[in-house]
Design a protein around this ligand. Structure first.
Ligand code: 5AD
Ligand code: SF4
Length: 427
């Protein structure tokens, strides 16, 4: 979402007459977009700003994103050469804020959630020419005990279905064939216009746009992941064979402490829908280890869950205390070394699972959207609909640029994180 926010900010500014330059050294205005989901992101931002302090004479500096929202005007005290601080809910006013700076104002902020609206910009500058991000909902109304997002991105705001559909059609007209619908919790999408579409309907309608080849979405919240979403996926193969369903923990006790609003059993019911669906869907998740109070037995339940579900891939994190969150003052903090130990165990177990899951694909033919070429290896690289990276060789002598095309590729080998193959048909 942050990467896409940057694309929107760049597009908006270019539309207002600013020009993008290749390096910060060449820029008159330097905007740092920041994330504060984990770790000491704040510290990293201040270090970067510090590095620029000397070299940056005469430049205007701004801090955007979650660190801006979280630290607010404190940023001016710690980094006095910064003159703009704005959170994502205020990006639609960035143009006006920059005008104030150009008029000589030294301190401009955009930190309120009051007029928060989805940042609907037709001028987005997308980095990738074939796969596009498309925001359908911003902010989050959940209150997971570890998570800073509701404080940094504000309350949930859905875009109207008309506006989403117009952007999606526009993307196809520009030549994009893969679209990824984005939101902190896309499942709670609710069209604010009278049409009143829910997420399953929106997903189906986007996938039905003529010329659309692939539609993905991220991210889901298991509580709001309802059966009609699986039905919509089953009904239209344009919707990719991949579901990211963050579980966070395999222990119902820890899930309750996290305020995740589902038990392990309720989560597993959703996994059953997915496993019993018409197509085979690739399943991925997020895991947090070392949440306050997580016992060995709780942790063991997470490991058991990984055995039971057999995810195709996962992201795992050590719990990191975040400002304003409910978990910040919880007792029974897990020592850092223990968190690291648990993380390593999760990752090792998952690696073995992935080796097996990927090996199952050897001998199959997968359709890839080609993204680029690795000239050193003389291989092309693309993604399958199930979101695996597939490196492949292509007919010797065919020197065409294949980026952006769809090819059938035979999988010959598999590693824990990617597949290797060769084109199955000559195009
Ligand atoms: N500590 C560790 N991991 C976190 N995540 C979110 N907040 C925290 C935190 N405070 C993880 C969750 C979420 C993913 C995007 O980041 O697993 O799903
Ligand atoms: Fe954070 Fe929970 Fe909202 Fe996801 S659903 S953004 S984890 S508060």
């Amino acid at each position: 979402m942050n990467a896409h926010d940057s694309e929107k900010v760049v597009g908006t500014l270019v539309n207002e007459g600013y020009a993008q330059v290749a390096t910060p050294e060449e820029a008159g205005l330097v905007l740092y977009n920041t994330c504060s989901i984990r770790d000491k992101a704040e510290q990293k931002v201040f270090n970067r700003l510090q590095n620029f302090k000397r070299a940056g004479k005469g430049k205007i500096f701004g801090v955007l994103g979650c660190v801006a929202q979280q630290e607010g005007e404190k940023i001016f005290e710690r980094a006095p050469h910064v003159s703009l601080v704005a959170g994502s809910a205020n990006y639609h006013q960035l143009g006006q804020m920059l005008v104030q700076l150009e008029m000589g104002n030294r301190r401009v902020t955009g930190l309120s959630f009051e007029n928060a609206e989805a940042f609907d910009t037709p001028f987005t500058r997308r980095d990738n020419p074939h796969r596009a991000f498309l925001t359908i909902i911003e902010g989050c109304d959940k209150s997971c005990a570890y998570c800073v997002v509701p404080f940094t991105r504000g309350p949930e705001r859905s875009r109207t279905s008309d506006s989403v559909m117009a952007e999606a059609r526009g993307l196809v007209e520009k030549g994009y064939t893969e679209v990824q619908l984005l939101g902190q919790n896309v499942n709670s999408y609710r069209d604010p216009s009278p049409a009143g579409w829910d997420f399953a309907v929106l997903l189906s309608r986007v996938a039905e746009i003529p010329g659309m080849r692939r539609v993905r979405y991220t991210t889901s919240h298991p509580r709001d992941f309802v059966r009609p979403i699986v039905d919509a996926m089953d009904a239209n193969t344009v919707i990719c064979d991949h579901i990211h369903l963050p579980v966070q923990s395999g222990s119902s006790r820890v899930l309750a402490a996290m305020d995740r609003l589902y038990t392990r059993e309720e989560y597993m019911r959703r996994i059953e829908w997915i496993k019993n669906a018409k197509r085979r869907y690739s399943l991925t998740t997020d895991i947090i280890v070392g949440f306050p109070g997580e016992t060995d037995a709780d942790f063991q339940q997470t490991l058991d869950l990984l055995d039971e579900v057999q995810y195709d891939s996962l992201f795992s994190f050590k719990y990191s205390p975040r400002p304003n969150t409910a978990a910040l003052h919880m007792e029974d903090r897990i020592p850092e070394e223990e968190k690291s130990r648990r993380l390593a165990i999760v990752q090792e177990k998952q690696r073995a699972i992935q080796i097996r899951r990927n090996a199952d694909l050897v001998g199959t033919i997968q359709e890839v959207l080609v993204e680029g070429r690795n000239t050193a290896l003389n291989q092309w690289v693309g993604h399958t609909t199930c979101h695996r990276t597939l490196n492949f060789s292509h007919t010797a002598g065919d020197e065409r640029d294949l980026a952006g095309t769809y090819l059938s590729v035979r999988v010959n080998r598999a590693g824990p994180n990617s597949l290797v193959g060769e084109t199955a048909t000559v195009v």
